[in-house]
Design a protein around this ligand. Structure first.
Ligand SMILES: NC(=O)c1ccc[n+]([C@@H]2O[C@H](COP(=O)([O-])OP(=O)(O)OC[C@H]3O[C@@H](n4cnc5c(N)ncnc54)[C@H](OP(=O)(O)O)[C@@H]3O)[C@@H](O)[C@H]2O)c1
Length: 284
């Protein structure tokens, strides 16, 4: 029996493996990676590596064993059909008879186009009959704090979210929730709505940045169309820019405010405050 983590060399996957190693012996952890070289540090710690690609079903044949607990981390290749990719993993897990398949999904109330692949993957997973856990991750702090360069350059937080609020949390928090599900008992056929403990708005975010940097940083709300133009102007592909503007529209409607308390309950501690993530980002 192994705990198997796909996307293990991604940002979230690395947090998950790191935190798993604090709880279970390394030989019980399998990291599914596309590029073995990228995972050399994990192998050095005794983690078993399995090389597989969501686009190549044959690479998942025989990868899982009966009784495994699997974390399927959603892919990031928006143009390659993520539902088909995720289905490859679910089919292989079903064939092996894994004990649990946990999937990093999106909040149940999110209507933005970004959520479409997640809703469809959830349907595939439920139809498979596998014991499942839907980890409906809210937004990451890092979506903002890792993209501070243009904000600091222009002294402006430019978003199309009006006065909307978002209950973001750190990737490490969502990883801790996943680890709790993978190492704990009784998580079969569960759905968790995961988010930070406090929702915040972009004016507050700009004020916090001003305090931390000693500079005047203001929130400039723009329309979705304007934001799409700004993002494509900065080099983002049009479809991705439109997806991000769609997320802002959802934030304005309150769809990324999570009040379930599931994250703190699963991890047994408060989520990382936004201010802490800002401090870490400004130091880095
Ligand atoms: N909640 C949020 O705010 C938020 C924000 C952004 C993304 N997400 C979603 O959450 C996921 C995890 O977040 P993250 O920050 O860890 O993203 P990330 O760093 O981009 O990681 C994505 C992972 O998926 C793997 N992957 C992509 N395509 C694959 C394929 N064809 N076959 C096998 N593996 C593949 C990548 O492998 P490599 O390491 O080989 O590249 C990587 O490990 C993202 O992929 C996305 O679906 C959520």
């Amino acid at each position: 029996m192994s705990i198997v983590v796909t996307g293990a060399t991604g940002h979230l996957g690395r947090h998950v493996v790191q935190q798993l190693l604090e709880k279970v012996p390394a030989e019980q952890v399998t990291a599914v990676v596309r590029d073995e070289a990228k995972a050399a540090d994990l192998a050095a710690r005794g983690v078993r590596l399995a090389v597989a690609d969501y686009n190549a079903p044959e690479t998942f044949e025989g990868l899982f064993a009966a009784g495994d607990k699997v974390l399927l981390i959603s892919g990031n290749e928006f143009d390659k059909g993520r539902v088909r990719q995720h289905t490859v993993v679910i089919d292989a897990a079903k064939a092996a008879g894994v004990a649990l398949l946990a999937y990093t999904s999106a909040p149940g109330g999110l209507t933005a186009a970004l959520a479409d692949d997640h809703r469809a993957t959830e349907e595939v997973l439920l139809a498979s009959g596998l014991p499942y856990s839907l980890l409906r991750n809210g937004w990451y702090h890092e979506n903002y704090t890792e993209n501070l360069a243009p904000v600091l350059e222009h002294g402006a937080v430019v978003q199309a979210a009006g006065d909307g609020r978002v209950s973001s949390a750190a990737r490490a928090d969502y990883a801790a929730a996943a680890v709790a599900v993978l190492t704990g008992e009784g998580h079969e056929n569960t759905t968790y709505e995961l988010g930070g403990d406090e929702a915040w708005g972009f004016a507050e975010y700009a004020a916090e940045l001003s305090r931390r940097t000693g500079r005047e940083i203001a929130y400039t709300p723009v329309s979705g169309e304007a934001l799409t133009g700004i993002l494509t102007g900065a080099g983002l592909p049009g479809p991705l820019a439109a997806i991000l503007a769609g997320v802002d529209a959802s934030i304005e409607k309150g769809e990324l405010v999570i009040t379930s308390g599931d994250l703190a309950r699963l991890t047994g501690r408060p989520a990382t405050p936004l201010a802490e993530a800002i401090t870490a980002a400004l130091k880095g």
